[in-house]
Design a protein around this ligand. Structure first.
Ligand code: THU
Length: 128
């Protein structure tokens, strides 16, 4: 949780002034971090959770055990981030939401934050 708060201080959030830090703990208890990175072309902004996901997968992580999100108030990940996190999570993956000064702390299951995650029914590709 301390690391998630530290990572939030590295956010590039000059437009919203809303810094977010995320730590993902993988199946080997390795930690992977991400912060939000905004852009002058607002729609190109990338959330902390998706940057942490990219960092985790790039480092070789396969499954997410625990996710911590820190910002000035405890906020739940946006819908897009829930779907991306769910790709690598299990029914018991936990999400901790904390604020930067230690007053708020929530704990959820990702599977509760995102019921009915989108999944392809089959990995098999249509025959050409
Ligand atoms: N943000 C995140 O980093 N994660 C979320 O789940 C929601 C929002 C960022 C995006 C933007 O830089 C700022 O928070 C305000 O929306």
């Amino acid at each position: 949780m301390r690391l998630a708060k530290d990572v939030a201080t590295r956010a590039h959030a000059p437009y919203s002034q809303f810094s977010v830090g995320c730590v993902i703990v993988d199946e080997n208890d390795q930690m992977h971090v991400g912060c939000n990175v905004e852009n002058a072309s607002y729609g190109l902004t990338m959330c902390a959770e998706r940057n942490a996901t990219g960092s985790a997968i790039s480092a070789g992580a396969e499954r997410f055990k625990t996710i911590v999100v820190a910002s000035r108030k405890a906020v739940t990940p946006c819908g897009a981030c829930r779907q991306v996190l769910a790709e690598f999570s299990s029914h018991d993956t936990e999400v901790f939401l904390i604020d930067l000064d230690g007053r708020q702390r929530e704990q959820h299951l990702l599977s509760h934050l995102l019921p009915h995650q989108f999944k392809l029914e089959s990995d098999s590709k249509p025959q050409s």
